[in-house]
Write a protein that binds this ligand. Structure first.
Ligand code: GUN
Ligand code: ZN
Length: 454
């Protein structure tokens, strides 16, 4: 990856969109949406400095970049994704537990090799940026080398990243198992090396309750006690067979979530993927502790895990963010993720507006991660982590876009029909980290035209 040199002061002209509040589930209203069509976003020294109307360009000491007619958003936030599962995407034919054994554990075993881990971590970080994602909460593997590789890749690109060594001391192949003492030693060393370095934060990462002994979960809880400010990430209540297994392994716990609660793992920096098979008591515990569910609709549909009850979470005020969960999910695109979230809610009879979905992938996630002072919006002072998107790519999307009667209709069509091909450029802390090679938005028509002319 070349490190492009950008001037300290740059101004991007586009349709700026971000949020000032949570639009809520239900009927779309403009109250929480800040839409500034044809404006300049001013970036100074890596931070957002302000906004000017398109017709009042900034002075000559700003580098001006025209993206008129395009959409400029805060960088998207993926709150649950596995950097070591790129090879696992689109693996056929199984539900969670068999999928882990058959595909996922073998792929993760290869990350014991530091050279492989580095190559994959670089590919992963570049792929996030090429999907407009500038911040993520990430599972590497059980190997310390995979954690170093991932943090190193994120640091080289200036990204905001939360990650930590996966803890697994049972019910996994031997090559992927640690033990309590070694896991503690490795975790302490990694925390010292990475937590608070640049834009990186450490997450204590028990994979899920099945793969950690009670002793290891207690060690994880003690790490959180010892180091205030650490994150915690894990999986919870994803699949019915998994839930039954956890109940058998932890007969004294009230529920799957309660296993984590008992071990002191739930707090306002806890990110738990899935949460499909929770009950109301669990949801109240999430709300009370400030922990969030990273809803992963692509993965839930692909692995046949179930339909997440977003409304029930909203009813008790528990936080929900959105996540690709690659490799259970089939795309790193947060547009695809939002579109899948819409479909999951449609099957539950709930309408997820484009405003709510996009808020969840930006300011909502930033707030749930306690990072809204830094990311998630275009407020002056925030890190200039932004992405510029084509409203539409291809003839069908372009004509649908032209027919949209209001902002919500337009944004909804963008979210349902768009993907990473709509992405023009991604900036992290004001520096260009991804740029589409060519403007290929008309490629289909051109090929078709050439064929017709021949
Ligand atoms: N539960 C435990 N490990 C995993 C994983 O890697 N992916 C998903 N989707 N669920 C899990
Ligand atoms: Zn996962």
């Amino acid at each position: 990856m070349a490190a492009p040199r950008d001037p300290a002061r740059r101004a991007l002209r586009a349709d700026l969109l971000d949020f000032s509040a949570d639009p809520g589930l239900g009927t779309p209203t403009l109250a929480a949406v800040r839409y500034r069509p044809d404006h300049w976003l001013l970036i100074d020294g890596g931070r957002i400095a302000g906004v000017l109307p398109g017709t009042q360009g900034p002075g000559d000491d700003w580098q001006r970049e025209e993206h008129r007619g395009r959409l400029l958003l805060p960088g998207l936030i993926d709150t649950h994704v596995h950097s070591v599962q790129l090879d696992v995407i689109a693996s056929y034919g199984s539900e969670l537990l068999e999928w882990l054994e058959r595909y996922t554990f073998p792929a993760e075993t290869r990350h014991a090799d530091a050279a492989h881990a580095r190559a994959q971590a670089d590919a992963f970080a570049d792929a996030l940026l090429a999907h407009g994602t500038t911040a993520a909460v990430v599972f590497p593997s059980v190997h310390a080398a995979s954690v170093d590789a991932l943090f190193g890749a994120a640091r080289a690109r200036g990204m905001r990243l939360v990650a930590g060594k996966v803890l697994m001391d049972r019910h996994a192949p031997e090559a992927l198992r640690d033990d309590v003492a070694r896991a503690q030693r490795d975790s302490e060393a990694l925390i010292a090396r990475w937590h608070g370095t640049d834009r990186l934060a450490y997450a204590v990462t028990p994979r899920f309750a099945a793969t950690s002994t009670p002793d290891q979960l207690a060690m994880a809880g003690a790490l959180l006690q010892r180091h205030p400010g650490l994150y915690m990430q894990t999986h919870v209540a994803e699949n019915r067979a998994e839930v039954a297994w956890i109940a058998a392994l932890f007969p004294q716990a009230r529920s799957y979530l309660d296993v984590y609660h008992r071990h002191g793992l739930l707090n306002e920096r806890a990110v738990l993927a899935h949460g499909i098979w929770l009950d109301d008591t669990d949801r109240r515990v999430l709300a009370d502790t400030g922990a969030q569910i990273a809803h992963s609709p692509s993965s839930n549909l692909f692995l046949g895990s179930g339909l997440f009850d977003w409304q029930a979470m909203a009813d008790v005020g528990a936080a929900v963010s959105l996540a690709s969960d690659v490799g259970g999910g089939t795309s790193l695109s947060m547009l695809r993720t939002m579109a899948d979230a819409y479909r999951v809610q449609a099957l539950r009879g709930v309408r997820l507006s484009a405003f709510k979905a996009l808020h969840t992938a930006t300011l909502g996630a930033a707030r749930a991660l306690r990072l809204d002072h830094e990311i998630g919006s275009l407020e002056p002072g925030r890190s200039a982590d932004v992405a510029v998107w084509d409203w539409a790519v291809g003839a069908v999307a372009a004509s649908r876009d032209a027919l949209a009667r209001d902002l919500h209709e337009r944004l909804f069509a963008w979210m349902m029909l768009g993907d990473e091909r709509n992405l023009v450029t991604t900036l992290v802390a004001g520096g260009t980290q991804y740029k589409r090679r060519s403007d290929d938005s008309g490629a289909l028509e051109r090929v078709h035209g050439a064929a017709a002319a021949a």
